[in-house]
Ligand binder design. Structure first.
Ligand SMILES: [Mg+2]
Length: 305
């Protein structure tokens, strides 16, 4: 059974490598692990078990949201001179940031797996034994209100951020044509009331497709953005999603001295082990050759016997 689960999860990881930047999960079918006691009953994949079910994920999210709220409160109290959106043309290796110039403060959040967990659609995909279907996801954007839940810690964190006088803005790759459904979904999850083009920005609002820099520039035209929060690096800045970057290069870019101090200090990433551009890499990307290890012959013999 362990081997079956492992193979299924490997298949998920392989499939996710080709997923678009902000596509919830891969667009190719994923084998669903089967329960030993009920062979036909689909089971959540390990990443779903961790993210959507575990106490550890709930704690991790609440920890993160408390940190985000505390950071935003401190920023609001201090009166920042500049925001944290990369200035147009600026790159992580040599970043520059726009001055606040007296603009009102805002915090900008991704929606999916940042503000809300998409339990309705994820549960459907898993029950149906499919990884991801863009048509069904589109339907979910329009009709899923009431079946997505707030990420643990988000509601308390948003209350603190709003009480500090900071506007909450959502920048999501949900489609602009489905704005009404996404407004309903966010409201039903308790996240708040959002207005398309003012406090809600969607794919189609700017000409750069699933890239979010265009929409971040639109938001920064009206606000001093003191925090960017998401579950994928594209929620922070598009250069992190350059598809030519290897797993190691992408990771190294986040560790560059020019931006290393921003994580947890204006830039915030929440864990998502279920889907997205973080789910990629071959064996040597994940287990570097210098760490390869083999058990002693005696221990290996004991396993075989
Ligand atoms: Mg997301």
């Amino acid at each position: 059974m362990k081997q079956i689960l492992s193979l299924a999860f490997v298949a998920l990881l392989a499939a996710c490598q080709t997923a678009p930047v902000d596509t919830p999960i891969a667009d190719s079918p994923i084998p669903v692990p089967q329960a030993e006691s009920a062979p036909d009953a689909p089971q959540p994949i390990p990443g779903q078990q961790w993210l959507y079910g575990s106490a550890e994920a709930s704690v991790a999210m609440r920890q993160a949201w408390a940190g985000i709220a505390g950071f935003v409160e401190a920023k609001a109290a201090s009166g920042p001179s500049h925001g944290v959106v990369l200035a147009p043309g600026s790159m992580p290796e040599q970043p520059s940031f726009l001055a606040c110039e007296g603009k009102p403060l805002a915090a900008v959040f991704d929606a999916d797996e940042t503000l809300i967990w998409n339990l309705g659609s994820m549960g459907y995909f898993t029950r149906a034994g499919i990884g991801f279907d863009p048509g069904i996801w589109d339907d979910w954007e329009r009709t899923g209100a009431g079946k997505a839940v707030p990420v643990p810690g988000a509601l308390a964190g948003l209350d603190r951020i709003r009480a500090a006088g900071v506007t909450v803005i959502v920048n999501t790759n949900r489609a602009a044509v489905n704005a009404a459904g996404s407004v309903d979904t966010l409201r039903e999850a308790g996240i708040g009331d959002f207005t398309h083009g003012e406090t809600l920005f969607l794919q189609g609002d700017a000409p750069d497709g699933s890239g979010k820099d265009g929409r971040r520039a639109m938001i920064a035209g009206n606000y001093c953005v003191v925090a960017l929060v998401g579950d994928q690096l594209g929620d922070i800045a598009d250069p992190f999603n350059d598809k030519s970057l290897s797993v190691a290069e992408r990771r190294a870019l986040t560790e560059a001295p020019s931006v290393a101090g921003l994580w947890g200090n204006g830039w915030f990433v929440l864990p998502n082990p279920v889907y997205g551009p973080s789910i990629r890499g071959g064996f040597d990307d994940v287990f570097p050759p210098e760490t390869h290890w083999e058990p002693t012959p005696q221990a290996e013999a004991e396993v075989i016997n």
